[in-house]
Design a protein around this ligand. Structure first.
Ligand SMILES: Cc1ncc(COP(=O)(O)O)c(C=O)c1O
Length: 413
């Protein structure tokens, strides 16, 4: 006889449930110090917001239309959007955006908007752009060209100019990545802008700033990431630099561009302008709490400290003869993948023989020292590595030896 499909043996004693939940929390917390390969800040204590997770908060629809009832946080969402709008210098009377489920949705929205502006537009993104870009292009049925990158992950601008020139009959939808996933390279937005101006094609310039968008904008002198003059949309992640305990993101553009997409009022008393209909209202409160607790100055200080720690990490790794480098603005430190005994303990992001760790706010100097000590102990028996020469033109104070060159020398020796 087959088992009764309605027999419910999944009901668990409440005490056992609580014990299991506590174990999940303890396991996540225990691994925090060694989880340095992925960009999640851990220095902001969001626990005061825990009671607000007892019920649904639904920011359904457009941030500027409130749904019926009070279980939403749209007023906080609008305040958060204004903070980001100021940061990216969106015109006060011409800004629009919403809180997304994360960086991917922000990119999807931006391409959806760009396609509405330019139905025949051709998307250009770099070979080091996030994997969400080809996915979004595919979902939207758009055409795309992948632009070459240099060995440090930055877009090859000559290739971009050449490709735009070859497709001058189509508007250009260019995605600049500010903080590539593997090396945190930042594509040069003003330079891309100049290429587009020179080519005289109609265009939409989107910035995927999931990781570095906020730190770069905080450090910007006002000439780079500007929604009033240099860029048309930007997507960032909320759980990376701001370390929210749930994935979320922000997408911003100008209202005059957004209005080219439909505005459909519906039975919820809101207008359907967002990709998701129902959206959690918790991220708005979390981001509002972080912004109000720290302000601009506090945020800038966190970014400065993260960069200082990244510079320290590069020095420490080079001291133990494990060639490391970073982009000048970056929290990410890149180096050859350490031996297995190190990667078994430390959660790094690795690809093609190269790994990185990211000095997000919350990573400590003590943590870095412990990582370097583990690495030094693991590689001590292989002390006689030979270094590959580095072309002098490529060397900078921040890049003593590209990791790949050192790695191939090591493999060869
Ligand atoms: C550059 C970049 N873009 C987009 C994303 C996608 O973000 P999410 O995972 O929040 O969708 C990431 C995530 O790591 C990223 O690094």
């Amino acid at each position: 006889m087959s088992p009764d499909p309605f027999r419910d043996d999944s009901v668990t004693d409440p005490e056992d449930l609580l014990a299991e939940l506590a174990a999940v929390g303890a396991a996540a917390a225990a691994g925090r110090a060694t989880r340095v390969g992925f960009p999640v800040a851990t220095d902001i204590d969001y626990s005061p917001l825990a009671p607000l997770f007892a019920g649904l908060l639904n920011n359904i629809g457009d941030p500027w239309t409130d749904p019926a009832g009070t279980n939403h946080t749209k007023q906080y969402e609008r305040e958060v959007l204004d903070w980001f709008g100021d940061l990216f210098r969106a015109p006060a009377t011409d800004r629009w955006g919403y809180l997304t489920s994360g960086g991917t949705e922000g990119n999807l929205y931006a391409l959806y908007l760009a396609r509405a502006r330019f139905p025949k537009g051709l998307v250009y993104y770099s070979a080091d752009a996030h994997y969400s870009l080809p996915k979004c292009v595919d979902i939207l049925g758009m055409d795309a060209v992948v632009i070459r990158t240099d060995e440090r992950g930055e877009m090859d601008y000559d290739d971009l100019a050449r490709m735009i020139d070859q497709h001058r009959d189509r508007p250009a939808i260019v995605v600049a990545t500010c903080g590539t996933t593997m090396t945190e390279a930042a594509d040069d937005v003003p330079r891309i802008r100049r290429i587009l101006a020179r080519a005289a094609v109609r265009h939409h310039l989107h910035v995927d700033g999931a990781l570095a968008g906020v730190p770069l904008a905080l450090a910007d002198d006002g000439s780079t990431l500007r929604l009033d003059t240099t860029i048309d949309s930007v997507s960032i992640s909320g759980y990376k630099f701001l370390g929210t305990p749930v994935p979320c993101g922000v997408v911003l553009t100008r209202r005059t561009l957004q209005q080219q997409l439909g505005q459909t009022p519906n039975y919820t008393a809101t207008v359907d302008t967002t990709i998701s209909g129902s959206r959690s209202g918790h991220p708005a409160l979390l981001l509002w709490y972080a912004i109000r607790s720290l302000g601009h100055a506090g945020m800038r200080e966190r970014a400065d400290r993260a960069r200082e720690l990244a510079a320290y990490t590069v020095d420490r790794l080079n001291e133990v003869d494990w060639p490391a480098w970073r982009h000048e603005h970056a929290f990410t430190v890149v180096f050859p993948t350490p031996p297995a005994e190190v990667t078994a303990k430390w959660v790094l992001a690795s690809s093609d023989g190269r790994s990185h760790l990211i000095c997000m706010p919350g990573v400590t100097k003590e943590g870095i020292d412990a990582f370097v000590a583990d690495l030094a102990a693991a590689v001590a028996p292989r002390a006689h590595r030979r270094r590959a020469p580095v072309p002098r033109s490529r060397r900078t104070a921040e890049t003593p030896v590209p990791a790949e060159a050192a790695l191939s020398a090591q493999v060869a020796s």
